[in-house]
Design a protein around this ligand. Structure first.
Ligand code: OXD
Ligand code: MN
Length: 647
């Protein structure tokens, strides 16, 4: 029975049903009884496997089809009436054509099936940040994941009210046919359509589709920001709290940073990290002239491989109850789960993510095809499970940001940390981000690509306009957060990581926040921005590399803080080529100015020549392609600390 009188909701449900022709329609009211019954039904049909109730209470395993394991960027479209509004780095389709195509695919696809209607809220229901959506789907897996990742049920329909608006989301599994898979966004119609997939990032429509692509478009029009960022709080020994948001591309360690456990001597002093969010931040200007952020989600859709009690104790604890695992391995000895990096010991009897018995003798950690768990296997865990979840997690106002951090996987060039000269320069740094690709999206991994603000796959409109929106937002805030860039992934000539990462990133966070107060600590001004004086980063009790006889010293730190002008001069050319050849137009002048400054700062006069003129960035294209050769594969980390590459 319909749970609302809102005509727009009823019309949307009716038109979806007319198209997909399900046998029946079930409204998700959010009650525990309904969710329990759906889990039982999914176990009966084999869609979910019930795990050991004593060891992993209320936890389930789901396997996707082998052709459906990651986001599909080349089948994800922004459907604006004018192609140029989607911009040159989004895939675009004419909205009418997109509707016709997906209607054709979805027509009658739910015959003999049930269509579930999920009312959900991104953000705390009733808060000023909250936005509502209705997703219709023929997948119980989607219902159960949405129930973890968002706030669902009747309370959302009550908040939408009789006349309120919402984002329409239509999902149909169809035949999970990769050739007919489409993830369509209609920003001007507040609508999303997803067909022929059942993988989270393509079908949990509240997440990437709504909370980033559609929300970034809404944010541009309404004066706020939707960003691919974690949010964390640092509590100081005297009880003071400061908050940071950080953007890293998918599977580059956002969840690890958001739940970091500081080194022992920080803990002893009373420092604490609390997690507000691990993937998405909605950011608004507060009455006090600062930027305030909320995490619109209610759970974590985290990458499983590499997660263990050392790399991310808090994430692992979060998965111990009420969690849905996707494409991890099943340990049949005790009906629990396993993935590469969970433990050193390999399970004796195990079914791999494709459902076949796994032969651990053939396992080669350098060959992904021998893995028991898919490299992009996931856990969907309730945020309330997380031991370090912030008491501000459900705050209606959000948290005030002291710093914004950008970061990517860069084997060279980018120092461990540096700070922008001001807001606009920070926007430039974000716009120039590049990182090696990961298994979170289909396609080759380990290839360096530009990923501005970690939003390349998620900005719902023209990237040049998105940069402009950042510039405009900066002009609106009296006390903007300071902007930084970090790189945990710098490698030495032998391909070893030069910084331990994980909990030790606390040392960098501490420096960042010391730069944000009323009387910031000093820093070195360099060609690219402010870099720490090495002595100002606490490296006490850092045991990195000791086992290899190369302990981490001040000189090691100095090495990863170096700014090599020659490399940066090449980087500047690369950025200019990216602007000219990929983004092409609508790049704000402020960013061209920052690029010109970078080029001038990195100019190295040829030896024995007269002083040369300063180089200036100009629009005419340098003809470099937006591609670099695949970065050298990172071998396992040093013997001092064996870690996975998601720090
Ligand atoms: C994610 C992603 O799932 O970025 O968060 O792919
Ligand atoms: Mn993400």
């Amino acid at each position: 029975m319909a749970l609302t009188k809102n005509k727009k909701v009823l019309d949307f449900v009716e038109s979806s049903a007319n198209l997909a022709q399900p046998n029946n329609i079930v409204w998700i009211d959010g009650s525990a009884a309904q969710i329990k019954a759906l889990k039982e039904e999914a176990v009966k049909s084999g869609e979910l496997i019930k795990l050991n109730e004593n060891l992993l209470p209320d936890c389930y395993l789901h396997r996707t089809k082998v052709n459906d394991v990651a986001r599909v960027e080349d089948r994800t479209f922004i459907c604006t009436p004018k192609k140029e509004d989607a911009g040159p780095i989004n895939y675009w389709m004419d909205p009418r054509e997109a509707r016709e195509l997906t209607n054709e695919i979805a027509r009658g696809s739910m015959k003999g099936r049930t269509m579930y209607v999920i009312p959900y809220s991104m953000g705390v229901v009733g808060s000023p940040f909250a936005k509502y959506g209705i997703e219709v789907t023929d997948s119980i897996y989607v219902v159960l994941n949405m129930n973890i990742m968002t706030r669902v049920g009747k309370k959302v329909l009550d908040a939408i009210g009789k006349n309120g608006d919402f984002i329409k989301g239509f999902h149909a599994k169809c035949d999970v046919d990769a050739d007919k898979r489409y993830i369509m966004h209609f920003p001007e119609e507040n609508s999303i359509v997803s067909v022929n997939s059942a993988y989270g990032g393509n079908v949990l429509l509240g997440k990437k589709c709504f909370a980033l692509r559609i929300a970034s478009y809404l944010g541009k029009n309404e004066g706020w920001m939707a960003e691919h960022m974690l949010i964390l709080g640092v509590t100081y020994p005297d009880g003071e709290k400061k908050y940071v948001a950080a953007a890293f591309p998918s599977a580059c360690g956002k969840t690890n940073l958001a739940m970091l456990i500081p080194p022992k001597h920080y803990l002893e002093k009373g420092f604490k990290i609390e997690c507000v969010g691990d993937d998405i931040a909605w950011i608004r200007v507060g009455k006090d002239g600062r930027l305030w952020a909320v995490n619109p989600e209610n759970g974590f859709f985290g990458v499983a491989p590499g997660t263990n009690e050392h790399s991310n104790y808090n994430a692992l604890e979060s998965t111990k109850r009420g969690t849905i695992f996707t494409n991890v391995a099943l340990n049949t000895d005790n009906m629990t789960v396993w993935w590469e990096g969970l433990s050193k010991e390999l399970p004796e009897h195990c079914i791999d993510w494709t459902g076949k018995p796994w032969n651990s003798e053939k396992f080669d950690k350098h060959d992904k095809s021998t893995c028991a768990a898919h490299p992009n296997s996931r856990f969907t865990a309730p945020a309330e499970n997380c031991p370090c979840v912030s008491p501000d997690f459900n705050s209606k106002e959000g948290v005030p940001l002291s710093a914004i951090i950008f970061g990517g996987r860069r084997a060279s060039t980018t120092p461990l940390v540096y700070q922008s000269r001001d807001w606009n320069h920070g926007v430039f740094i974000g716009s120039a981000m590049s990182s090696e690709t990961t298994a979170a999206a289909t396609g080759a991994t380990g290839v360096l690509r530009h990923d501005p603000m970690a939003m390349k796959p998620f900005a719902g409109y023209h990237m040049g306009d998105y940069f402009k929106h950042w510039i405009d937002m900066g002009a609106k805030v009296k006390n903007p957060p300071k902007i930084f860039n970090v790189n945990w992934f710098r490698q030495d000539a032998d391909g070893n990581f030069m910084w331990p990462g994980f909990g030790d990133n606390m040392r960098v966070l501490e420096w960042i926040l010391k730069r944000c107060g009323d009387s910031p600590i000093d820093a070195e001004e360099t060609a690219i921005g402010y870099v720490p004086k090495a002595e100002d980063i606490d490296i006490s009790e850092l045991d990195y590399n000791i086992a290899e006889g190369k302990p981490f010293t001040l000189d090691s730190l100095k090495e990863i803080l170096t700014v090599d002008k020659e490399k940066w001069s090449k980087e500047a050319e690369e950025i200019e080529a990216y602007y000219n050849n990929s983004i092409k137009d609508r790049i704000p002048q402020e960013l061209w100015d920052c690029l010109a400054t970078l080029k001038a700062n990195c100019y190295v006069a040829p030896v024995a020549e007269k002083p040369a003129k300063k180089a200036a960035a100009k629009k005419p294209a340098a003809k470099t392609a937006d591609k670099k050769p695949a970065a050298k594969k990172a071998p396992a980390k040093t013997a001092a600390k064996k870690t996975t590459a998601k720090k």
